[in-house]
Write a protein that binds this ligand. Sequence first.
Ligand code: T4K
Length: 423
Amino acid sequence: MTNDSGSHAVRELAISGGSPAFSEHQYVGRPNLPRRHTLHDALDEIFDRQWLTNAGPMVNRFEERLADMLGVEHCIAMTNGTVALEIAIRAAGLTGEVIVPSFTFIATAHALQWQEVTPVFCDIEPTTHSIDPARIESLITPRTTGIVGVHLWGNPCDVTAIQEIADRHGLRVIYDAAHAFSNTHQQRPIGGFGDAEVFSFHATKFFNTLEGGAVTTDDADLAERVRLMKNFGFTYYDQVEHVGTNGKMNEMSAAVGLAGLDSLDDVIARNRANYLAYRDNLADIPGVRLFELDENERNNHQYVVIEVDRERIGLTRDEILVALHAENVIARRYFYPGCHRMEPYRSYFPNAGLLLPWTTEIAEKVLCLPTGTSISLESVGTICAVIGDIVDQADALQRLDIDTDAMQVPQYGALKLEGIRLQ
Ligand code: T4K
């Protein structure tokens, strides 16, 4: 913004008493929805058939389309990504200890702990934010049975190095591919790496089935076990051959997924345009670095991630976050503070952080910015301008002594769990 004399007019930030840049919240994770009318026929079909779940035709069709698209032999659709992870972990026979990054959504660690498998936290590489293969071997003990890598932000793990380590030590490999649906590694779709890969189709993912997830694998035995486990272990009416749970996707979710697949490329194109606009607009802001993705691969661009340099800017990431929230830009600090600093892991492994220097550092720097079909290019421009203003006015903001503890996420604001320990 320039004033009459041609010099740059300083916009008063909302945190300093100005009006917010947006009148409505700009979210990370606003669902991308298929056109409503495309679901009407599917709804009629489901209601007419009165077949709502338990291996219905919509789910079968959805699984076939996913397997075809991802170039895998088997795809099993599930209720959500977390249950899909739990089942994949169990079906692959993981027990004892499993090596996993701490810099991930808590579900990755919980899926292990829920089954009394100990997550052993491995540090990440600072440039990729993914598990560092060079640090895996030193964590292997006689109790280790596997590695769970996470393709964080959709950026594939170093699958070659991880597989070599796993082969050398007789370990199984599962990938949490919750962020990487439709992405590629060396032009090969994510979905076929390791023993199995697990997707999330949660509402906040760029492709969603309301709630949902899937396990993909080329291993027929593993796929069979996953299918049994997601349906209580039933092989036939009245015949149970395995311990199991209820991980089945329902027909409505599959219908939303099928409609979403039809508009997948449009959503990715929108995400990519936003990503490129962020890249252009943030390039000249000192102390702000965009997490860039490999241009030679297919990317869904569902997360726009920046690292903020506290020393250069003179503000912490959390101070910037509070200033953004005041502007109604609801950026998120995924995946702060790292699983090892959340319960029950914090109590189980109080010194885990000693081996996780990059996790600690990156978790203090990262911010995820709004994107998706609800965020226009104009909004991206405004968000970047706001970030520029915050950086420009860092000195003034320092004097405000921003209370970062006061930051509240509405739905969790009222929760008081002090003194309660659930393990
Ligand atoms: N592994 C990894 C690496 C993952 O990232 C995840 C999930 C999983 C495994 C497990 O997969 P699932 O079991 O969830 O399928 C969200 C999601 O709940 C979670 O799925 C996701 N990762 C994680 C990164 O983000 P929150 O706690 O940030 O969600 P929430 O409710 O704050 O939503 C984010 C924003 O999205 C809201 O501020 C507003 C907007 N929103 C959300 C919902 C649900 C909407 O506009 N509409 C909606 O319906 O965890």
